[in-house]
Design a protein around this ligand. Sequence first.
Ligand code: NDP
Length: 340
Amino acid sequence: IAIKHLVDEAAQESDFELKTETFTLSIEPRKKEVIVKNLYLSVDPYQINRMKIKSSSQKASDFAGAIIPGEPIEAFGVGRVVDSGNPEFEKGDLVAGLLNWGEYSRIKEGGLLNKVDSTLGLPLSYHVGVLAFSGLTAYAGFFEVCKPKAGEKVFVSAASGSVGHLVGQYAKLFGCYVVGCAGTQQKVDLLKGKLGFDDAFNYKEEIDLKAALKRCFPDGIDIYFDNVGGDMLEAAVENMNSFGRVAVCGVISEYTDKGKRAAPNMIDVVYKRITIRGFLAADYMNVYGDYLAATLEHLRNGKMHALDDISRGVESIPSAFLGLFRGDNIGKKIVQVADE
Ligand code: NDP
């Protein structure tokens, strides 16, 4: 799958094309390349920002460059090695890393690729979400950026999404009071039921977001884990307590809206001494070991639920991706492109 041309805020399926390229698995010299048959591929909101970049020399962030029209689209995923010129990998290995949106990926020397520990006994798709960047983002963003204390009041937006549903559960397990917002009643029920949030609301049904937050947090918000930006960030800042912390994980409402850029009341920020801090998960590889150990323990003892929302078939990738901006997904959106 490739983009036909740069996309804008109104990206749609017709901006993508399915391209077919034949390649030989055994090419000499192999230059340590690895050929992977893709099994599960991630679709991620930030990719749209990479698809808007006009020059290939520009970057979306320190870790992510432009997605070039006609070229393979990098995405995290899990697959099986079908051929390898790299002595670290052999045919049949299950691997996770930066693959491409397609049926096969060619991983160059130095590309992000690790063997999957298949002795864990957890679904393979978990290695795309809860045991990969979604999990690390939620864990590092909550513990390292928000610096929580037990009993603090935590608000999470896009709370039923890949990162959000894990943030809320880490926060509950840590002893915080947690409220989430999401875009349907079904998602709200899931948050309050299976996922154990203390409260939740459907932001699409609220006329006044500031009033909704005041209702859920009569004593104010200590921590806001922001996945959406826009009006919700402004409303949250107004409801923050003194010395509150806002972890800006992402601003998805602004990725598909040319006009809206959040403008929180900076007088509140000053007088309430609020910290608003952006972060990228890739900066927190130092906590990877702690995150993995804690998360595996929570999953094994049934205290944490990892939700995967899986579509099938390589041709469904554009719609799965664009569905993130419509709120189609519950939990981590993944596309399964081949049977395990
Ligand atoms: P999600 O699984 O949360 O999917 C996106 C969700 O966002 C949708 O399901 C939808 O749920 C919600 N949403 C979409 N459009 C809007 C809108 N206009 N206003 C409010 N909510 C909206 O995606 P991820 O968990 O992968 O990503 C969540 C955020 O975290 C994104 O902003 C992303 O860019 C960011 N991110 C940041 C990382 C980092 O290192 N800083 C790493 C990974 C992700 P709903 O029904 O609730 O509207």
